[in-house]
Design a protein. Sequence first.
Lengths: 242, 623, 194
Amino acid sequence: MTDNRRDSSFTFTIDGVEIKAYAGQTIMEAADAAGVYIPRLCDHQGLRHQGSCRVCTVKAGGRSVSACTQPAAPGQGVENETPHLTKMRRDLVEMLFHEGNHLCPICEASGNCELQAMAYRLDMTDATKFPYLEPCRPLDASHPDIALDTNRCISCGRCIRASQDVDGKGVFGYVGRGIHRRVAVNGDKLADTNAEVTDHAISREVCPVGCIIRKRVGFVTPIGEREFDKGLIGHEIEERRT
Amino acid sequence: MIENSNQIGSDSPVVSSRGAEDIAAICNKYGNDKHRMLDILIEVQDRWRCISPASMDVIASQTDLTRIEVEGVASFYSFLSLTPKGRVTIRLCDDIVDRFCGLEEVATAFEEVLGIKMGQTSNDGAFSLEYTPCIGMCDQAPAAMVNDIVLTRLTPDKARAAAHDLKSGQRPESLISDRFGSFSAHQQALRMVDNNIRHAGEVLLGPVPNDAGLANAVGITPTQIVNTVEDSQLRGCGGAGFTAGRKWRFAASDPAEKHFVLCNADEGEPGTFKDRVLLTERPHLLIEGMTICARAIGAQQGILYLRGEYVYLRDLLEQVLDDRRRRGLLGTDIMGVKRFNFDIRIQMGAGAYVCGEEGALISSCEGLPGEPKTRPPFPVNRGYLGYPTVVNNVETFCHAARILDRGADWFRAMGAEGSHGTKLFSVCGDCLNPGIYELPYGHTVWELLEMVSGQDAAAVQVGGPSGTMIARDSFHRRLTFDDLATGGAIIVFNGQRNILEIVEYYMSFFVHESCGYCTPCRVGNVFLQKAIQKFRQGLANPEDIEYLKDLSGTIIETSRCGLGMTSPNPILSTLQNFPLVYSTMTKPSKNRIRDTFDIQSAIDGARKIAKRRSHIFDRDFTQ
Amino acid sequence: MTEPAPPELPRARIATASLAGCFGCHMAILDIDERLIELMNLVDVDRSPLTDKKRFTQRCDIGIIEGGCCNEENVHVLHDFRRNCDVLIALGQCAIMGGLPAMRNAIMHSDAPLRECLVEAYISGPYIRNTTHNIPNDPALPLLLDEVYPCSQVVEIDYQIPGCAPSGDIIFDTLGALLSGRFRGFERDMIRFD
């Protein structure tokens, strides 16, 4: 298998930089390995690719595609960090902010939040043109060790895939359609499910925002000393670049 | 929840062992197959008028899924409900054409007689009254579905009479005729819905011999079938226009052990009703086309995905399938050809426009929410259940059958360069002769307007909301894939119509029908809808025109499927072709203070609570 | 770091106001520390809680707004600032997106959300000890708005300085850059929403 893959390696470019890829690899997988960061929210290491947040939209061969699902193609020119794409991504991130109720100053995830960090990276600092939708969403604190504040959910579905594929549980799922589509739990409330605080789906790395909250550990790391207070989102990938 | 459903009737799915047994029996009927989830849920919905958490638990355990997975499907489709609906559910078609034909008065008539408002269910559980997007009856609007029965050309009087009859206990079908049950399925359909065939063309609606194409197809090799369809340059008639022959070739050349043929009869684009007429008048031709495709790509199973709104055609189509099985045109050794085995099942939809998208249609057939699939892989390689699948529109399959009968050259000679053959146009709106016109590609919009007696048109929506709205200065343009592409919908608007009202309606349609999978379509369309409302209220600034273009661009460029890639079209095409409609509704803000913020309405609630007027914003607060 | 503006520039006139905020952003202005002296060499402060001037004495170059709009007086002040300032800056998350006060926009479930909010806050809330059982209603109290509005929904906002509260550095750098006409956006590592 490994040998086959090596045989079938090829190169393509991202913003002019030559990237090595293997047949079947997505643009993002190849980029990650090469130390080129493509912004993303719904995609996460070790989980199935979903391609729903669209923040990883790149131009490949002139067409807009999601880098997390699009296979890399030999010789193809991919655009990633152009002003145009950055603007699109900023719009998408801003849409996610406005779709839910994201109050960074009171959120336990602030500083660890990928949505917030993405806004920093994409310079989301201009006065907004978008309306705030201010939905009325439930808070579920029924579980002894876990709370859900769905006001902050961005429908990335990482918890759904982590619970299904890694934990083998299926605690979460999508319900509804359109703007009413949201992540819900397998039961009337979280306490009815077999969710445990040790689940991968509940771990800090899976929920990119402050929706899934582990009780009694909030603010252990003070604001100002958290992951994205120390470095821009994506810096770990960019540091791989040789 | 479970207790509540008791109020509705004696046969509610209580947790009693009998209720659970009945639901389990329904699951059993579908082999407890999770891929038949939509069928199971539709049956549970029909019987208990809701899908309660308790019934979802039973279904989940029968099909080896989690309840949240069942709920994900049940909560996706408009015709399924997690809360109890009335024994009779009246769904008024809320298309813009219906609105212009007096929908509001009809709705009021229903509300008055039934004593409930739109969107409500009566306390005794007898009636639900709701709006639903286009049900494909725009040539005979306003129209409504009463359970599985379709009422057309409604007036307030007709609505009142129907509501009274229903209230007095009459069954919905007796609204059509007391002898409804004694009619053939075809007669039943025609009693409810007129075909309105105004112009029959040479290919589909003129005289068509029985199974001549299939007879030719069994005499040649699968490869020759594909070649013939490819040579004809037939393109998909659902709107996207992908070359049918190429699709068949891709699927045929995939060495997978199974292949599938899916027919897209989920005609949901507002203003489109051509497939309705083909399904009524040419069902054999359609099944013939699917059967030919099956032979071409080596499929043994097919699915006819029928939109929930066309449920009144289900019996007719089931009878056609039965008839063809009896005559050896479906089943094993079709037409006596050894190992040519193929059969078709009907998959009912349940109210979701997005299922007209190829991948979403496949998802729906697989018992999943109707969400488009990630491409690549493409359905021709990995479609239904992961096998190579051809999905074509009803009209495309009908054309294919005729091409196999008369030959590729015959077909290719008709129409225009790049757009060969004929096309069914479903024309509705402000014209004297709405209905179906089968015409070769290449006619101008003017020529069509003359045929339909719609010369007063001020605007024509070509291809429905996801198409283009053009003004009189573009009526010389041609109806071809390369100029004005359309899946068939032609909606005529006269000079009295408010363009922005139409645009707002179309945006609300897309908001309602977005599956919600990807951010730009889910959220962006809501923003567009709100922005258009601002224009209609006269609160927009000149900069908002740029905002509309900019946001539309983002949605088109980043959306995952065709729905989001076309949903801003109503705005973009009217901005381009009717710019004055927008610019006359804008005014620059005074002193850079926003007009959209209305201080009077913002403090109104507080005024009432405090029982005093504003010292700042009310001129005379002594009153 | 931004260079201080060259001294030959004419002195600019600035004004500040705190609307529905906690005054934390004004305190953050003081976090500029000793550079305040530098800043004061460049600007004159007109209407502002820092000068205790209640009215504009003349048109200003820059108006700095802390907090969103939760009552009619906030709207009135914001309108006044928009009319009297060439450039308006929203300082901090409350001014930018409503902030903490805007939490009340989303936690309401009844047909009369404002009444629900007041009843919860003054009468029925589990931690309320209000022996009068009245909602405060002195005639001098400004009427509340139905929702809390970010400044950009009430007037056009030219620049936003993020943070809760923004750091002294980002305030100083941004003001310095704006005064010298050299503002080109923020240094990425300075952008914080908390």
